[in-house]
Write a protein that binds this ligand. Structure first.
Ligand code: MEV
Length: 423
């Protein structure tokens, strides 16, 4: 049955929960207890979280972990990661160690500019519009002067304003296509405020502003991460064969969309985890990265690799709009702490770290897929989780781990074996 309620957002938290319990919970008291058990005992901290969004009724925890031993541009990092998938942090830590013994990761920021657009409709002659734009351009800067003042002091601000004719895509459609440098902030609020002020100053009777908004497609805010080593250092046995298979896996991800999406999902396992841990906007990153993967008109791998003169190289290039000031980065105590663990990096340094974790994750996945397969590693973590759910004793855990070390793990088989030994 559809349950409609008026004024829900104005109800106190307890009443919101009571309404949920009355309408949705199978066991009202149990449901309420679960929600309350996730409230923070520190009232101030809970209030902070309550105020992040509307209608907060509790907190949804995710595991917060660290992957140590990342060597990036000859600097050592311990990387905070927030993720629920069992094998991701273990893989990152293993690969970090593997590459730190081989000179580590290299990362380079290839650009830092971001885009915002004022989308508008205009039915007149393009040359008159161009003339109007050229006359107005200075006023557009002036109209945003008070908003950009602090950013300009930090060396950022508006880089360029272009008039773009988009009538080939849509009748009467034009844009003010604005390039920004937002320095260490992700800059979403800054960009949107600037665009709205610009739109106000730009509109006239012939120009119908449709909307003003930043773009999450940021191919010029891009970073490259790479690793390389001698082929024989890559694998203990049959390294050449293994390296070639690894490159074939990359070729397949470039050739075929179903594989490309899963391949890139593995990269995002690492990227999202650090983006989340540092209080950045993972939806913006996801949207921008996948658009970049499809920039040629075909969705492809974000990573690449080659074997040349006995050297194996592996790289990743992705757009990343990240901030280390503003937004959640300093408001969420854990995000702030994550940045502290990373040595309070600039946005550019954070881009480098995040890209390297993405590359590490992709390396771990391809290494497993082209050798043992991923299930043995995944199943080990899965087995541990099932054992925990069963509340097995230390002795029972040891028996179960030993029993399943050379057998496929399924939930029902583990439960069956547990029942056998739990008498
Ligand atoms: C699982 O979360 C990620 C992988 O599927 C990535 C891949 O297939 O490359 C293992």
């Amino acid at each position: 049955m559809f349950k409609k309620i008026q004024g829900f957002s104005k109800l106190p938290k307890q009443e919101k929960i009571q309404w949920l319990a009355d309408n949705y919970f199978h066991d009202k008291e149990e449901g309420k207890k679960i929600l309350e058990s996730y409230w923070n005992q520190d009232k101030k901290l809970q209030e902070l979280h309550d105020d992040f969004i509307e209608n907060t009724i509790s907190n949804f925890y995710m595991p917060y972990a660290v992957a140590p031993n990342f060597t990036i541009n000859e600097k050592n990092y311990t990387v905070p990661m927030v993720i629920e998938e069992s094998s991701v942090v273990a893989a990152a830590a293993l690969v970090a160690k593997f590459w730190s013994d081989k000179g580590g990761f290299k990362a380079t920021v290839l650009g830092t500019t971001k885009i915002g657009q004022v989308h508008f409709m205009y039915k007149g002659d393009f040359n008159s519009l161009k003339e109007y734009f050229n006359k107005k351009k200075n006023d557009l800067y002036k109209a945003t002067d008070s908003i950009t003042k602090n950013m300009r002091k930090r060396g950022g601000g508006i880089v360029d304003i272009e008039l773009r004719d988009k009538t080939n895509e849509l009748d009467n459609y034009y844009q003010l296509h604005v390039t920004f440098d937002t320095k260490d902030s992700m800059g979403a609020n800054f960009i949107n405020s600037v665009l709205e002020a610009m739109a106000k100053a730009f509109k006239n009777d012939d120009i119908q502003i449709v909307m003003s908004i930043l773009s999450n497609y940021v191919p010029d805010c891009r970073v490259r991460a790479e690793v390389s080593c001698k082929v024989e250092e890559l694998y203990e046995k049959d390294a050449q064969h293994y390296a070639e298979k690894f490159i074939q896996a990359l070729n397949i991800a470039n050739a075929e969309v179903h594989r490309a999406v899963t391949h890139n999902k593995g990269i995002m396992n690492g990227i999202d985890a650090v983006v989340l841990a540092t209080g950045n906007d993972f939806r913006a990153v996801e949207a921008g990265v996948h658009a970049y993967a499809a920039r040629t008109g075909k969705y492809k791998s974000l990573s690449g690799g080659k074997i040349e003169n006995g050297i194996f190289s592996f790289w990743l290039e992705i757009p990343l709009a990240l901030g280390t000031v503003g937004g959640m980065t300093k408001i969420h105590p854990l995000a702030k702490l994550s940045l502290e663990i990373l040595g309070n990096p600039s946005a550019e340094e954070l881009m480098q770290v995040v890209a390297c974790v993405g590359l590490a994750q992709n390396f771990a996945a391809l290494r497993a897929l082209t050798t043992t397969g991923i299930q043995s590693g995944h199943m080990k973590m899965h087995l541990n989780n099932i054992i925990k759910q069963l509340n097995a004793t230390k002795e029972q855990t040891a028996i179960l781990l030993d029993y399943f070390k050379d057998k496929p793990v399924s939930h029902s088989d583990v439960v069956k074996k547990f029942e056998e030994i739990n008498y």
